[in-house]
Write a protein that binds this ligand. Structure first.
Ligand SMILES: [Zn+2]
Length: 468
């Protein structure tokens, strides 16, 4: 007679094929959120997921409609007082499949080739959701779960989660928890379990500079009218100094410094200068002086020109003095920067520098705060130890350069930190043809999550579950 944990680990091994079949059922529903033709499939995937939660013995299972795709919610029954409540976040929608001709097999008819299961959503992220749910099946609906689980599954992640903030805000009572697990960030290699403890935020703007009331003849007016394209370019050229630092006033005021221990962990990441040179296809890297590439992309903020438009850009020549110039500008933020501050800093910069020969307008197009979970938190400690058990090594600790707003929403609205991880691999072709899931890693991932849940409960509160 083993403990609950050991029996559950055995269950995961013994039922590997059945668990893969179950994942296949989920994958066969083409829940593409970006295409109107699949609205019914998105709904069907929500219903499948709700049904699966019910079959696992979850209570309060509910499909909440939103103005877009529904949110699936569920919770395990209230267990022993004192056990932590863990909210598991996931998204059941998937990316479109085009170009369809490049797939080696039907994207919605999962096919195993070698160690991989090929299908849309296998890695991003139906496989990740099932890696977590399989552990509940393994523990057994009747068994004592080591923590109280709650589930928040949305169907709009691939279209920017337009309804998620409001949903969380309006359902703070049922979502209340101690910690969130988001298994949507993946690992850096099959032997490199990875914990992502920070994500950058985003502040996105469109700047329009207006000169004359219409495009002018550059021979007649050139020399007396200030060219808005020139004005805009001179302004953009001043956004960084010679050391690669952003020059907006106060831009770095709230940026947290890296301590030596954190820098040491970031130095272990396999994303060095050679990695970026190879993947970017550039002659030489650029960036803020005094920081490594991993620090620059994860722990330091940026300001980028994403697009420029002005004047005549067609074939041949046209001697025009353009009426307007436009730039798309965005900033990746790090903790504790705030979107609204960056907007004010940019406005101040524009007010101070733009000449009175032109008129300008600035619009904010998107905004999402950065997120940072303390590396010494209870959740990260529990997951670190789970990875050490399954992989036999300390995981990598990564700061991700991209933006996933859910972690920031949960921090703001529920006051909880998120543990971001997952078992997708860099070569899984997420969002591309031939998306795949590496099955041995998926299996180890489930085992690790199982250990994580028991570790979270600790020896005190979790002991009854252990002895069951
Ligand atoms: Zn995803």
């Amino acid at each position: 007679m083993g403990t609950t944990r050991e029996k559950a680990l055995e269950y995961l091994k013994d039922n590997r094929d059945e668990l893969i079949d179950k994942l296949g059922e989920f994958i066969r529903i083409p829940s593409i959120s970006t295409e109107a033709a699949h609205v019914g499939d998105v709904q069907r995937a929500a219903e499948w997921l709700a049904g699966h939660l019910q079959s696992l013995g979850m209570e309060e299972v509910k499909i909440f409609p939103t103005s877009g795709a529904p949110v699936v919610y569920g919770a395990s029954r209230v267990g022993n007082p004192g056990i932590p409540t863990l909210l598991i976040y996931g998204h059941y929608d998937v990316q479109p499949t085009d170009p369809l001709g490049e797939w080696q097999s039907d994207p919605f008819d999962p096919e195993i080739r070698g160690e991989n299961l090929f299908a849309r959503g296998a890695s991003d992220m139906k496989g990740q959701i099932m890696a977590a749910l399989n552990t509940l099946e393994a523990i057994g609906a009747g068994g004592d779960l080591p923590v109280r689980f709650k589930f928040l599954f949305e169907g709009e992640e691939e279209v920017g989660s337009p309804n998620l903030y409001r949903f969380i805000k309006n359902h703070r009572d049922i979502l209340a928890c101690d910690l969130c697990l988001n298994p949507d960030t993946g690992m850096l290699g099959p032997e490199l379990p990875t914990i992502t403890y920070a994500l950058r935020g985003l502040a996105y703007f469109e700047l329009r500079v207006y000169g004359p009331s219409q495009d002018l003849h550059s021979g007649t007016f050139g020399g007396v009218v200030h060219n808005p394209a020139q004005v805009l370019c001179e302004l953009l050229a001043e956004l960084h100094d010679g050391k690669g630092r952003v020059t907006l006033p106060g831009f770095y005021d709230r940026v947290r410094d890296l301590d030596p221990a954190e820098r040491e962990d970031l130095a272990r990441l396999p994303v060095n200068e050679a990695f970026y040179l190879k993947n970017a296809g550039v002659r030489k890297l650029w960036g803020e002086e005094g920081y490594t590439p991993a620090e620059r992309t994860g722990a330091r903020p940026t300001l980028e020109v994403n697009g420029l438009l002005s004047g005549f850009t067609g074939e041949g020549s046209k001697t025009v003095l353009p009426a307007r110039a436009m730039a798309k500008i965005s900033s990746r933020l790090v903790s504790d920067q705030r979107v609204e501050d960056v907007k004010k800093q940019l406005e101040k910069f524009l007010c101070d520098r733009l000449p009175d020969t032109v008129r300008w307008e600035l619009d904010q197009l998107a905004g999402a705060p950065p997120v940072l979970s303390p590396r010494d938190s209870r959740g990260i400690a529990a997951l670190t130890s789970a990875y050490e058990t399954v992989w036999g090594k300390r995981p990598l600790f990564r700061r991700e350069g991209g933006t996933v707003p859910v972690g920031a929403y949960l921090q703001e609205l529920l006051g909880v930190d998120s543990v971001q991880t997952g078992f997708s691999l860099p070569d899984d072709n997420a969002h591309s043809p031939n998306e795949k899931l590496h099955l041995p890693t998926w299996q180890r991932g489930s085992e690790a999550l199982l250990h994580f849940f028991f570790n979270l409960a600790g020896n005190g509160a979790g002991s009854t579950a252990e002895e069951a």
